[in-house]
Design a protein around this ligand. Sequence first.
Ligand SMILES: Nc1ncnc2c1ncn2[C@@H]1O[C@H](COP(=O)(O)OP(=O)(O)OP(=O)(O)O)[C@@H](O)[C@H]1O
Length: 350
Amino acid sequence: MDDNVRPLVSADAMDIEERKIESALRPRTLAEFGGQRRVSEQLELVLHAARGRNRAPDHVLLSGPPGLGKTTLAMIIAAELSAPLRITSGPAIQHAGDLAAILSGLNEGEVLFLDEIHRMSRPAEELLYMAMEDFRVDVIVGKGPGATAIPLEIPPFTLVGATTRAGLLPGPLRDRFGFTGHLEFYESAELEKIINRSATLLDVDITKEAAAEIASRSRGTPRIANRLLRRVRDYAEVRADGIITIALSKAALELYEVDRMGLDRLDRSVLDALCRRFGGGPVGLSTLAVAVGEERETVEEVAEPFLVRSGYLARTPRGRVATPAAWRHLGLAVPKGASFADTLFDAEDE
Ligand SMILES: Nc1ncnc2c1ncn2[C@@H]1O[C@H](COP(=O)(O)OP(=O)(O)OP(=O)(O)O)[C@@H](O)[C@H]1O
């Protein structure tokens, strides 16, 4: 896929400057963390109780699509416990020894954030089971029949695991988390508040209607809301007087090809391939990913959750299927006798 076809939502397309701004916009406390009321309240309780007992809280698993606040919550957990935070990720831990080194370097009460925990190697995962439960790891010294396991004590710590694919975690690993929080997509009103907060931090003037317009195109995702706000701010500064009005937001978002339902180029190209090339499906995920020139994971983790939630795409045992709403969204006639069930949800009032 050529570079300017990269979706505005793709995390890897973010440059360093963007990451810095993203980090500056992160809420620092649970009180500042908007939305996810249930998870916030539950976490508040877990942390409060742990503080009262003066003990490290249970391990926490956070799951949900990208950009909903898992990293932010891990940082907040550490801050609320006044504990240092160590950050690593599943793909960075390919050998059990990598994990043993990290764990043995932890101090008492520290919070270890393990992002993309579902992508850790199997031997590392097994080592983690023991560390989570017994605060101990066995370090294997030597090879073959002469190898010996030397037990190593680890000070009590709290693991915060994050995953976009909770279903991929083996049961024994999932069971070792004392608290699991599933993050849901945000309501527009919640995103509007997040946009207003970010606008204040960025010192940008935005009208209430404009904040609502950006929120409604942000796919239920704060990261996207903040990113769209920054792009609209660029537009306002370059083409107008810096103030973000509703007309200006609409013009800017049109330029960035984010449509009124919040679909971007990647979403539309997935739907387009599904309808025009595969007659609405069913089609396998890998074939669909090749057709749009993206990684399978990008289609599955970035585009699909929103398309499914918005009622444009259905996952069936035989593959991905476009719903009637998808055909209509692309301005195409809904074919008669196609394989989808007409009872599938309809995203638009058309
Ligand atoms: N509840 C919230 N209130 C305000 N801002 C939020 C909230 N949740 C997330 N954000 C903002 O969205 C951005 C992305 O959040 P974060 O990095 O925590 O997401 P994530 O779920 O860890 O994503 P990934 O799975 O891609 O790592 C951050 O800049 C953060 O400021």
